[in-house]
Design a protein around this ligand. Structure first.
Ligand code: ACO
Length: 323
């Protein structure tokens, strides 16, 4: 038998305020048509002034626990992917731990920008496979609205806020490619590309800073690296593109999503797409899409799912799992 990390619950949270593309037309030299055609984004949710990353993460975590019929006290660990934690420390994960009534186990944040959820899922899988935890909440949550330069039309129209969570549980499976649970992961980073996507603030500058991105350069890396990492993870699972039921990609740009699917030889009918409604929510985008995809009735038990993401670092990776 093989000990696998199986998804037993999903949940998400989106702030109440929805900002349509047209709202930007009054303040910036941009248009709904430009944003829609270049990115596929139509609207995004923006957190209320008093709403933080850990608040949203808590709501998503509670929804995932409800979905699984469990409570905070049933969880051993929280791995929370974010680049916009409420404070420099402690971690947003420990804030969620307290909020969901979990008084044992451990909680920590993972920071790999838009690839954060894939990194968090891979870490949680390792915790389960090694026997260090039996149930792990894996959360992606972001308030990128707080690090936007709202005068920069090339970035501020692209991002949104939100949170998503999955609950993983250790389950013994036969040890074949038909097993439920995480079957393979692939993580990569290359710090030489720091200047393509970064925040110009932090502890070093004593300010929060703003996101800076050379979007067209990131775009160039994205399709190539995403298709490559998905191929690598599928291969190490002993599977191929033909076996895939759903790609659940990082939701940054519909053109990247389409390009990656095409490079993998898969039709868009096999891709969960939420970018039109959420914008780029960085580490939150994949768990949001998993939760929405399940609610829509797209992702069902037994389906082979590939998640892939790229972001600041550059950092990128993928996870192959059977739902
Ligand atoms: N409205 C109107 N015009 C705009 C806007 C806007 N909001 N933003 C930029 N433009 C203009 C530019 O100024 C440029 O004008 P110019 O030709 O006169 O100089 C023109 O549009 C084209 O700009 P490009 O940046 O070349 O446009 P592109 O087609 O590459 O689309 C985009 C831009 C949407 C940012 C795209 O490059 C992209 O999605 N990149 C990848 C983003 C990504 O995946 N990031 C990774 C994850 S994020 C993370 O890790 C935090």
């Amino acid at each position: 038998m093989t000990r696998r990390a199986v998804v037993i619950g999903t949940g998400h949270y989106l702030p109440e305020r929805v900002v349509e593309n047209a709202e930007f037309e009054d303040k910036l030299d941009t248009s709904d048509e430009w944003i829609r055609s270049r990115s596929g984004i139509e609207r995004r949710h923006i957190a209320a002034d008093d709403e933080t990353t850990s608040d949203m993460a808590t709501q998503a975590a509670l929804a995932a626990l409800t979905d699984a019929g469990l409570e905070g006290s049933d969880v051993d660990a929280i791995v929370l992917a974010t680049s916009t934690a409420d404070l420099t420390f402690p971690s947003a994960a420990t804030m969620v731990q307290a909020a969901i009534g979990m008084t044992k186990g451990f909680a920590f944040d993972v920071q790999a920008v838009c690839a954060g959820f894939v990194y968090a899922l891979s870490n949680a899988n390792a915790l389960i496979a090694s026997g260090q935890a039996n149930r792990v909440l894996v959360i992606g949550a972001e308030t990128f609205s707080r690090i936007m330069d709202w005068t920069d039309r090339s970035t501020c129209v692209l991002f949104g806020d939100g949170a998503g969570a999955v609950l993983l549980e250790a389950q013994d499976q036969p040890g074949t490619t038909d097993d439920r649970g995480i079957l393979a992961t692939d993580l990569n980073s290359d710090g030489r590309y720091k200047d393509l996507l970064y925040v110009d603030g932090g502890v070093g500058t004593r300010s929060t800073g703003h996101l800076r991105m050379q979007g067209n350069q990131v775009f160039r890396h994205a399709v190539e690296k995403l298709a490559q990492t998905a191929h690598t993870a599928l291969e190490s699972a002993g599977l191929g593109a033909d076996d895939v039921d759903w790609i659940v990609p990082h939701q940054a740009n519909i053109r990247i999503i389409q390009g990656t699917a095409k490079k993998m030889g898969l039709p868009m009918e096999k891709v969960v797409v939420t970018v039109q409604d959420h914008g780029n929510t960085s580490a939150a985008s994949i768990p949001l899409a998993l939760s929405v995809g399940k609610k829509r009735g797209q992702i069902k038990e037994g389906d082979l799912v590939v998640t892939e993401a790229i972001g600041g670092g550059l950092a990128w990776g993928s996870v192959v799992l059977r739902w």
